[in-house]
Design a protein around this ligand. Structure first.
Ligand SMILES: [Zn+2]
Length: 285
């Protein structure tokens, strides 16, 4: 992705230097997976087992080498540019519809953070919290994508950011509020179907963003869309579950299969048309 030398968003709250936000040891971390955290990774038990050890006092951060710090800072800069791209694209699309886009803030953190959706750890992956309209990203996720998920490339990370911004769009247009009302009325299995639709729509919106960012700024390099599709493939519920437990449990899907995630991102990218992303009424979902 072409990103150097372009505008970086100022809607970023860089809390990488701030330790844990007072998260206590043990059960405290595990007990706080709160209603309406839209984790990027599937919310299964596998993620929980990877929770980092947080020592009492929360002060157990590993020091980074100068090299690691430089790489981390470059990733932070990259995320700020992608965020600016989402502001420009969604600002234009909203204004085309006669509306004003209210840009979200993005919090960069390391290890653990507090949000209006509760405490969160890096192991949960990036997420959007509708309660405070903020995106939360621990940049170590970028490395996990390369090594654990085999989804390398800068555009894979751009897709992650654009997906979370997709959830912000769903907050602005009332979809996520509708979802939280629905959640009170149904069983978890039933609700998971809606969660999949919500997640796939966020993938679709990420694709719409990529389409317009390309039109407006010519950002794409060869292989970028494949990087995003590969990432969508890597983080499908079926694949994550299979890797974690050796089998696939469709009822526990909350984000969609690899094939579905790739399909909806691609549909957003090829059409660039927000009105074609009604995953809630898609006959095959
Ligand atoms: Zn999501």
């Amino acid at each position: 992705m072409q990103w150097k030398g372009r505008r970086a968003s100022t809607n970023v709250d860089d809390r990488r230097g701030v330790s844990g936000g007072g998260i206590a040891a043990g059960g405290g971390v595990i007990g706080v997976i709160i209603f309406l955290i839209y984790q990027f990774l599937g919310g299964g038990g596998s993620d929980m087992s990877q929770l980092p050890q947080v020592l009492p006092g929360g002060g157990a951060q590993q020091e980074m080498s100068a090299e690691e710090k430089a790489a981390d800072d470059e990733r932070a800069e990259f995320v700020k540019v992608v965020l600016a791209d989402t502001e420009d694209v969604w600002g234009k699309l909203f204004s085309d519809m006669g509306q004003t886009y209210e840009a979200p803030r993005l919090v960069l953190f390391r290890d653990a953070v507090q949000s209006a959706c509760g405490n969160a750890s890096a192991a949960m992956g990036p997420f959007y919290c509708p309660g405070d309209k903020q995106v939360y990203i621990d940049l170590s996720f970028y490395q996990d994508m390369q090594t654990k998920l085999k989804a390398p490339g800068d555009f894979a990370m751009a897709y992650v950011v654009a997906h979370e911004i997709g959830h912000h769009i769903q907050k602005l247009n009332g979809t996520s509020d509708k979802m939280s009302r629905l959640r009170q009325t149904m069983s978890e299995t039933e609700y998971n179907k809606y969660s999949v639709k919500l997640e796939l729509q966020a993938d679709f919106l990420a694709g719409v963003w990529a389409n317009h960012a390309q039109q407006m700024k010519n950002i794409l390099e060869a292989g970028d869309i494949d990087e995003a599709l590969n990432a969508a493939n890597a983080i499908g519920d079926d694949r994550l579950q299979k890797e974690a437990q050796g089998r696939v449990v469709p009822d526990a899907f909350t984000h969609g299969t690899s094939a579905q995630r790739m399909y909806w991102f691609k549909k957003g990218f090829t059409t660039g048309d927000v009105s074609q992303g009604d995953t809630f009424n898609a006959p095959d979902l």
